[in-house]
Ligand binder design. Structure first.
Ligand code: SF4
Ligand code: SF4
Length: 75
């Protein structure tokens, strides 16, 4: 259906993408990036519908979403 990739080094752990995701795909992980933030991880990849709401919401452009065709939908 869709696929989301997280750029760990851009993520500031604000949680906005987690709140907006209708499928609970994302979660704050327990690993930290170089800035010390626990970055977002893809917890339920199979649930992603490629709606791109998370990518629109992210203030740090840390998310790339792909539709099932493989094309990039939004950042
Ligand atoms: S593209 Fe939609 S379903 Fe997939 S992680 Fe983002 S908000 Fe959730
Ligand atoms: S909205 Fe962006 S910066 Fe905030 S937690 Fe999600 S990926 Fe990280």
């Amino acid at each position: 259906m869709g696929k989301v990739e997280v750029d760990a080094e851009r993520c500031k752990s604000c949680g906005l993408c987690i709140e907006v995701c209708p499928r609970q795909v994302l979660k704050i992980g327990d690993k930290t990036n170089r800035k010390g933030y626990c970055y977002v991880e893809v917890a339920k990849a199979e649930a992603c519908i490629g709606c791109a709401l998370c990518g629109v919401m992210c203030p740090d452009i840390a998310l790339t979403i792909y539709k099932d065709s493989g094309s990039e939908a939004a950042r």
